[in-house]
Design a binder for this molecule. Structure first.
Ligand code: BTN
Length: 246
């Protein structure tokens, strides 16, 4: 692995192939005294991990990167909120790149016309008090490159824009959007407004299957999803959100 550039106080490392940038960076930072703002990008990822221990498909051309952010002593309580900011930065960077409207789906998927184009995985390393955040972006692949089970629910930047993009330029653009959000985070109320499907009927699922349904009312200041279940307001820290088909 070698450092290819530094950008806005970030050290950017590059490898052509890895099993998972998340695991590569975790190993790398275990040997570093100051892992803060280190990012590793790989153009090929063989066994990427998604949320809820799912497999993450990264066909050739997709962008996979992971970055480390060391928290200040009192920042852990804000980590859930931070995780939502990472998704917001990703959405903003895609909107500025393509000049098209993308959606942020709680907790941190980015969609285009209700199809997933990117996902984030955030893990906390207590020994280093560091967040390890992995970003998978369907960049220069085509929907047909994914397994048949996924083809209907995902899309790719190349498919949307009808052209490819330099993965390093896209990574730098993400950092351009992340930096101001980290130094001046948006208020919880503003952040809540960024999420798609406000006031719509949704279903929340866990690893077993659907478990709650109701009207999506945004997120609270702990980053939890707010559901209105026939007048009963409930809060949820994790799960997969889908629109309820009428
Ligand atoms: C999700 O389930 O939506 C999150 C997917 C996160 C995938 C990224 S790709 C880079 C990093 N390395 C991994 O193994 N996973 C994350």
């Amino acid at each position: 692995m070698r450092q290819v550039l530094s950008h806005k106080n970030w050290k950017i490392l590059h490898t052509t192939e890895t099993d998972s940038t998340q695991d590569l960076l975790r190993n790398w930072i275990s040997q570093q005294s100051n892992p803060d703002k280190t990012l590793v990008v790989s153009l090929n990822q063989n066994t990427g991990r998604g949320r809820h221990k799912r497999q993450w498909e990264s066909p050739a051309g997709n962008l996979s990167f992971s970055f480390a952010l060391t928290l200040a002593p009192n920042d852990l309580k804000d980590a859930a909120q931070w995780n939502l900011l990472f998704g917001l930065a990703l959405k903003q960077s895609l909107q500025s790149l393509l000049q098209k409207e993308f959606q942020l789906k709680w907790p941190n998927d980015v969609l285009y016309q209700n199809k997933k184009v990117a996902g984030l995985l955030s893990e906390y390393l207590p020994e280093q008090n560091t967040l390890l955040v992995g970003v998978g972006l369907n960049l220069n692949s085509s929907p047909e490159d994914f397994s048949p089970a996924l083809q209907e629910s995902i899309t790719t930047v190349r498919h949307i824009a009808e052209r490819g993009f330099c993965p390093f330029m896209v990574t730098a653009r993400f950092l351009n959007h992340l930096s101001p959000l980290l130094s001046a985070p948006v208020s919880p109320e503003q952040l809540s407004q960024e999420f798609c499907w406000q006031n719509q009927e949704v279903i929340l699922s866990d690893d077993i299957g659907p478990c709650f349904s109701g009207q999506f009312l945004g997120i609270n200041d702990q980053g939890s999803l707010i559901l209105n279940q026939n007048g009963h307001i409930s809060y949820h820290q994790a799960g997969d959100l889908n629109l309820r088909k009428s």
